[in-house]
Write a protein that binds this ligand. Structure first.
Ligand SMILES: C[S@@+](CC[C@H](N)C(=O)[O-])C[C@H]1O[C@@H](n2cnc3c(N)ncnc32)[C@H](O)[C@@H]1O
Length: 241
């Protein structure tokens, strides 16, 4: 069931702007963003395969597609795109200074397999076709620790259902956090979902970032402040025939 009005009227992300950008970063953002930014067409009933967002790369068909929700300054997204040039990556991030950080990395590494949606990931997910993604990442989502803010948590039942809809059978969902309470919340909501299997078997799995990723900005801060992170891996169960 689609719930666009509810999404549009319930903002769940924090700030959009931080410090003013340095002139060089602003110039790079203005110059490069038009080729990277995803602008969703108005017709809200239409849904898209992610390949349409890469038409201007001269390579509209990557072998697979991945989504990162809340990529911050883009350390992980840029690393993944570089390590997997055959995969198209869509990153969602409403924080302009974060997008600028990613654009700098895209420019430095000459990456052609990243597209950016500069708004609430829920609006983009709503417009993606069923079963079109092979991977999704939610790394260090804002924990919103106060109970009255829990409704802003990006890992929630509605988004879990939406991720189950857009991920292929057998696709992976990675969620990391350094916040114990949010970790318990994520696990209880994910384990209640009929659509995902939790793959980790013990602390050796969930304390291991794995796959050679670099730590993200938030993860580095957490480490400096003595907080250990948890990395949760889930697999989309096969759909019933
Ligand atoms: C705590 S930061 C973590 C950033 C990055 N993943 C990292 O580990 O450094 C959470 C990020 O999620 C973004 N965010 C929050 N809600 C979002 C939403 N609904 N859609 C897309 N991004 C969102 C925020 O703007 C913020 O940059």
């Amino acid at each position: 069931m689609r719930n666009l009005e509810n999404i549009q009227s319930s903002r769940i992300y924090g700030r959009r702007h931080g410090k003013p950008l340095k002139p060089a970063s602003q110039e790079r953002l203005d110059r490069l963003l038009p080729d990277l930014e995803i602008i969703l067409p108005e017709a809200e009933e239409e849904r898209f395969h992610p390949s349409v967002f890469f038409d201007n790369a001269g390579k509209s068909n990557f072998g697979s597609y991945a989504l990162e929700i809340g990529f911050g300054k883009g350390e992980h997204l840029a690393w993944q795109a570089r390590a997997n040039p055959e995969r198209g990556f869509i990153g969602c991030e409403p924080f302009i200074n974060g997008v600028s950080g990613l654009v700098d990395k895209v420019a430095e590494a000459g990456l052609e397999n990243i597209r950016v949606y500069m708004d609430d990931a829920r609006l983009l997910m709503d417009r993606l076709e069923e079963g079109c993604l092979d991977q999704a990442y939610i790394l260090f989502p804002d924990p919103w620790p106060k109970s009255r803010h829990h409704k802003r948590r990006v890992v929630n039942d509605g988004n879990i259902r939406e991720l189950a809809r857009i991920l292929k059978d057998g696709a992976r969902l990675h969620i990391a956090t350094d916040h114990r309470g949010y970790c318990r919340w994520i696990l209880s909501h994910m384990l209640a979902s009929p659509d995902f299997v939790w793959l980790d078997r013990g602390p050796g799995d969930w304390h291991e970032r794995g796959e050679g990723w670099p730590p993200t900005r938030y993860e580095t801060k957490a480490l400096e402040q003595g907080r250990r992170s948890t990395y949760l891996r889930f697999e989309r169960r096969p759909r019933k025939a």
